[in-house]
Each structure stands twice: as structure tokens, then as C-alpha cells.
Ligand binder design. Sequence first.
Ligand code: G6P
Length: 314
Amino acid sequence: MSTERVPIEICNGVNGLEKVVLREVRGSSAEVYLYGGQVTSWKNEHGEELLFISSKAICKPPKAIRGGIPICFPQFGSHGSLEQHGFARNRFWTIEAEPPPFPTNSSSKAFVDLILKPSEEDMKIWPHSFEFRLRITLGPGGDLMLTSRIRNTSTEGKPFTFTFAYHTYFSVSDISEVRVEGLETLDYLDNLQNKERFTEQGDAITFEAEVDKVYLSTPTKIAILDHEKKRTFVIRKDGLPDAVVWNPWDKKAKAMADFGDDEYKHMLCVEAAAVEKPITLKPGEEWRGRQELSAVPSSYCSGQLDPQRVLQSS
Ligand SMILES: O=P(O)(O)OC[C@H]1O[C@H](O)[C@H](O)[C@@H](O)[C@@H]1O
């Protein structure tokens, strides 16, 4: 099989911000803004958007883009002294033509390599030398893979510590019809209750109010079932033990300037993350964290197991 890659397509997105477009022959596509190194669109082969992006997103530095997949680094949330979610999401990344090779089992030809290095200004707020390489790949079947490689390039023998998340906003038909599987019975830190630790009770996770939880040491596979759309998102992760689940619900939605009042109904963030146990890199060390997303039609839909409905439709 030829490994010749598809030439990278770069064009201007909102407010003239540069974006990279990845396309697969079967019709799926993805868009990545250099601002934030942020995926802002992921479409399946029917051209359906799979990620949520707010109609009120402010695509203007220094505001991070509301939606898609912001990168939280070197700090997740308010777990540290930096600005919320760190600074990677509102810096300009660059395309790296020839990154150091790394083993990949993907035969995909549609990918882009980005790199972020700290500026002098960044060094003032976080005095650490690093190279953050991000490869975004669109697989032959339309899967979206993000691989991060973060290296400590300190020449002064200084280690550094960080937390991290792929803050993925999934597009869902109706949040009250959505179920998350893979996090049942796990411990979590509740951001709505001073980051206190609780244990999840019950069968599956469904939504009827604001949620902001960091599930700890989760399985590597998590599923989001969207009954109305008959679609299941599958998240596979590696190097990222935790998973954040967030929906602002109505009150917080109204309080956010870059988020529509009712948009909470159509999104859910499930974020592959390393939060509870920060990662430490010594000089010369490199860390990898990977997230792979796929969207598959789900055979199970709400009501299918309801005998009344089965009778009515037969
Ligand atoms: O508004 P942002 O800074 O983008 O953060 C949006 C949300 O991100 C995460 O999911 C956090 O757990 C939430 O506490 C936060 O509200």
C-alpha cells in the first residue's frame, strides 16, 4: 500500500485564522485551526458534523474557540496557578513538515503535524522549555486520532509537571437522550463540589442537570450513545487515565458569553485527560497521550426494548 500522504490543504477560516483541512477519499473530513492547534470540525462520510461548535464562538485571540477539541496544557481547569486550562489553547501553533518519526499503525495519508514551543512571554508565566508535537490524523474509515508528544527540552536540568486534556465537545441530538458507558461505578472528583471525591452509583450515566466531573482511572474505552441520532461515539485513549464529563446546563450556559442559551442540549464534553496524577518529565523525557474517536451507527435506539412499541411497529 502506498504511504504517500495527501498534500496539506491550508485556507483561511473565521476572522482570517488559518486552518488545515484533512480529507479522506470516502468523504470524511476534519478541520484544524493553527490557533490553539484545535480541531474545529470532524465530519463523517455523509458530511454530518460530529463535533459541537458554538454559534457564538469567539474566534479571536486571546479567547479560546468554544467547541471542537481544545487542548488543555500545561494545566487542566483550575488545578494550578495558570489561567484556566493553561495556554496551549490560545497560542498559535505551527505546521511541522518533518517531525521526528514515531511508530504508527495507521495507514492513513490524511494527517497534519503541529508543534508548539514556548515564547519568551510564555516562559515568564511557565518557565519551562518544552516541545509539544500534535499529530492529527483522519483514518481511512473516518476515525479521528490525536497524538500528543510533549518533551522536556530543558538544558538546565529542570523537570516540569503538567496536567492535560483533550477537551472534546461532541455534538448530540438531545442531551436528555444521551447515555455514557464505561464510567459506571468509578470514583470521580466533582468540580461542582469543591473537587471532592465520590463514587458513581447506578447503571449508566445520563443527564438531567449540570455535570462537571473528573472520573479517575477509567477504562481505555468509553462510549457515548445518542439514541435519537442512533449514533455511538467511541473514545479510545492511551496515556490519559482520567475522563472529564462536562455539560454546563441552562444556568451556566446563559452566563457564558460565547455559548448559546440552549446549546447545552446539543453538546457533551467527554475529555480524555490526566488530571488527578500530574505528569512529570525530566530533561530529555517525552510523554505521549493519544485519543482516538470513532462514530458508528448504533443498532440500539430508545424504545426498541419497549414491548408496546415493538407491538405497534410490527
Ligand atoms: O469555559 P472553559 O474555560 O472553556 O471551561 C469549560 C469547562 O471545562 C472543563 O470541562 C471543566 O471541567 C469545567 O469546569 C469548565 O467549565
